[in-house]
Write a protein that binds this ligand. Structure first.
Ligand code: FAD
Length: 321
């Protein structure tokens, strides 16, 4: 069963499933860190596990003569490989992410062919963020400018159309395709309306479900869903949840993910700013309350972002699922 079918099954059964997202190991690390993060979360019967995709970074060093040398560095390669390793070890559906940034259509096609051979039939199709040395996102000269174009490529491959044309005898891939959505509007969007129209473009291109950026105010998620439905987007929408865990998150999360922290949460965190454990508890309890309300609203899956720290996710899952 692929992830789209799992989501529809959860909707039909009026059951909310648990899912989470992991990062591939840092270059040079083995699989033990990732497996160590997954092991305690398996008790909650995840519907699937997502694995992020990281584009290259740029490192600057100075030569002895004072001139500057630029190096391309890949800190977290291996999304496809670690996804296959997770699927083999835990017998769970895995969703590797795939991005446009830094990749040509041919690189993308190669990755999809590898995924298909490895039994990975789910993909979250994303544009990716701009590279460290760019002011704006710059597509690869032979790549895609928007996630919708990546969705079109994957959907075309499912029909047997490859980048260089159709092949006569064709094994058709059957990728289930998810995309990202932004309850608080993507930072580069011309307007909230334009952002929703571009999201619809991804769905019209073949995306079967949407996973949202993290948010802390459920009202914003419900409003986003209503705006999507009004625009004719009918596919399931999966909310993304990350528990706030430190005082620093009050600034860092809005800066990084464009989400707003509700005043009530901010006030409570600041009132306990000197007590790390209390701040963590406040963030966890907030995420529990968010999760309960979303379950009551009938979402098929809750998509958690542990971001390297599983303890609070375990606590939330134990309370909620
Ligand atoms: P798009 O859908 O292409 O949208 C990007 C912007 O362009 C939006 O403002 C949109 O409104 C606008 N736009 C779209 N189409 C058009 C058009 N035709 N004309 C003009 N404007 C247009 N990043 C990673 O690098 N790796 C990951 O693994 C990863 N995982 C993620 C998982 C989730 C659930 C989410 C929500 C985000 C994830 N990201 C990841 C971050 C994501 O790559 C960034 O938010 C990125 O800036 C936008 O990606 P997108 O797929 O939403 O892009």
């Amino acid at each position: 069963m692929n992830v789209t079918s799992i989501i529809h099954e959860a909707l039909a059964q009026h059951r909310t499933r648990f899912a989470f997202e992991l990062l591939p190991p840092l270059k040079g690390d083995g699989t033990s860190g990732v497996f160590g993060a997954i092991d305690p979360l398996m008790e909650f019967d995840p519907a699937y596990i997502n694995v992020t995709f990281h584009r290259e970074g740029i490192k600057q060093t100075q030569r002895p003569d004072g001139s500057v040398e630029w190096h391309v560095v890949r800190r977290r390669p291996g999304t496809v490989g670690i996804s296959a390793a997770i699927r083999k070890r835990y017998d769970v559906e895995v969703v590797p992410h795939l991005i446009c940034g830094g990749l040509s259509k041919y690189d993308i096609e190669d990755a999809l062919i590898d995924m298909d051979f490895l039994g990975l039939h789910n993909v979250l199709a994303l544009r990716g963020d701009k590279s460290q040395n760019e002011r704006f996102f710059m597509p690869h000269p032979q790549g895609h400018a928007h996630a919708a174009d990546l969705v079109r490529q994957i959907a075309a491959m499912n029909r047997g159309e490859f980048v260089d044309g159709e092949v006569e005898v064709c094994h058709h891939s059957k990728f289930s395709i998810g995309v990202a959505g932004y309850p608080e509007t993507h930072e580069e969007a011309a307007s909230p309306e334009a952002d929703i129209l571009h999201l619809k473009e991804k769905v019209d291109a073949g995306a079967e479900y949407i996973v949202t950026q993290l948010f802390y105010d459920n009202a914003r998620f419900f409003d986003f869903v209503a705006r999507c439905r009004a625009a004719g987007i009918r596919v399931p929408i999966i909310p993304g949840i990350k528990p706030l865990a430190t005082v620093r998150h009050l600034k860092l999360l809005p800066e990084t993910f464009g989400c707003r922290i509700p005043e009530e949460l901010e006030r409570e965190v600041l009132a306990h700013a000197g007590d790390k454990a209390a701040v963590r508890r406040i963030g966890t309890e907030w995420a529990i309350a968010q999760s309960r309300e979303l379950i009551a609203a009938g979402v098929p899956v809750l998509h958690y972002y542990p971001m390297g720290k599983a303890e609070n996710i375990i606590e939330i899952a134990r309370t909620v699922f």
